[in-house]
Design a protein around this ligand. Structure first.
Ligand SMILES: [Zn+2]
Length: 339
């Protein structure tokens, strides 16, 4: 045997061994996370996205909004009202586009192989799920989605809403004013609670979209080339848009979809305000005449920064609709990512 042939054989051997080791490691990681999930379920350590004290009030006895809250649901409520309706839509839609048949969407419950299993953990405690801190991700196996409740709280702007409500209230009692002033109730509902709820459902619907569209965790890997809309690795960006479209379509009829689009719009404004505030600039920007460049630092490996996601989503929805928000295109182009 010649030396080159021997070298060739050794090389093939090495490649095979590396292949086996890599495959084994991937399997082991899934096993470890799966064991941690089972353990968490057994000990009852999962939590639900935290509700604002203002949202919680609406469920209490004596509140005139109780009946409304029971039927419509509020941010943080996934098992009744609007939250339940959304998850039912998402399940139906998932079964329509996928060749699998999903039985139900389970939240924080014992895992079932043919269900979509969503788990919420609290990253304020020490958990085995540090890799998913400030994230919401499909794990790529057994239809498991794992979410940090702090991400949900941040993206649905709960703290921002509380601050804004507090300044509007100027010391008056929230419960009294909410019960007695229909105009204030409307303001709270339309301007704040509706968007907060919608954005939370978007994040969850997006992950269900990854499952229903048959994506793998492999899509999280970085690749060369950037998508024009998302400016994130091209293959990943296509999958992200597919998952977002799924989340959008799960909003059912045109009215709820429009409400959702304007929620995204409101969030985008808020995120840009946050960016400007960091640079010490003025607040409360009007998106229509906003021209400043924005540079965002990429931190997460799995998803682009929130503002980029909001813009990419807003642009994609606006292109197929009559929302007249073409100015989002320009803002999106001016918003670049930095690694
Ligand atoms: Zn995604």
């Amino acid at each position: 045997m010649q030396r080159t042939q021997i070298a060739g054989l050794i090389l093939i051997g090495v490649v095979l061994v590396i292949g086996i080791v890599v495959k084994h490691t991937v399997k082991t990681n899934n096993d470890v996370i799966f064991a941690a999930i089972s353990d968490y379920t057994e000990k009852g350590l999962w939590e639900l996205p935290r509700k604002s004290k203002y949202f919680t009030y609406t469920y209490s006895e004596g509140s005139k909004l109780k009946a409304y809250a029971e039927t419509s649901g509020w941010p943080g409520e996934l098992e009744r009202g609007f939250g339940k309706e959304y998850l039912d839509n998402a399940l139906q839609y998932a079964n329509r586009i996928s060749d699998k048949s999903y039985s139900e969407i389970r939240i924080n419950k014992e895992l079932r192989e043919n269900a979509i299993n969503i788990y919420f953990f609290n990253s304020d405690r020490s958990t085995p799920f540090d890799d998913y801190k400030d994230n919401c991700a499909y794990l790529g196996f057994k239809n498991i989605v794992i979410c940090d409740i702090n991400l949900i709280r941040n993206v649905s702007l709960v703290s921002y809403i509380e601050n804004e409500l507090e300044s509007t209230l100027e010391g008056q009692h929230f419960s009294t004013i909410l019960d007695n002033k229909p105009s204030f109730r409307k303001l709270v509902l339309l301007r704040h609670l509706g968007p907060a709820h919608n954005v939370m459902l978007w994040v969850i619907g997006h992950e269900i979209g990854h499952i229903a569209s048959g994506h793998k965790t492999g899509h999280f890997a970085e690749a060369n080339g950037f998508s024009k809309i998302m400016q994130f690795p091209e293959e990943t960006a296509d999958l992200e848009i597919e998952a977002d479209q799924f989340a959008f379509k799960s909003f059912g009829n045109t009215e709820t979809r429009a409400a959702f689009f304007w929620a995204i719009h409101e969030m985008t404004t808020h995120e840009i305000n946050k960016q400007l505030l960091a640079k010490g600039k003025k607040l409360d920007v009007n998106l229509k005449d906003f021209n400043d460049p924005i540079l965002l630092k990429v931190i997460s490996k799995t998803h682009p920064p929130m503002l980029k996601r909001l813009l990419a989503f807003g642009v994609a929805i606006n292109r197929n609709s009559s929302f007249n928000a073409d100015y989002l295109e320009k803002i999106n182009e001016n918003t670049r990512l930095e690694r």
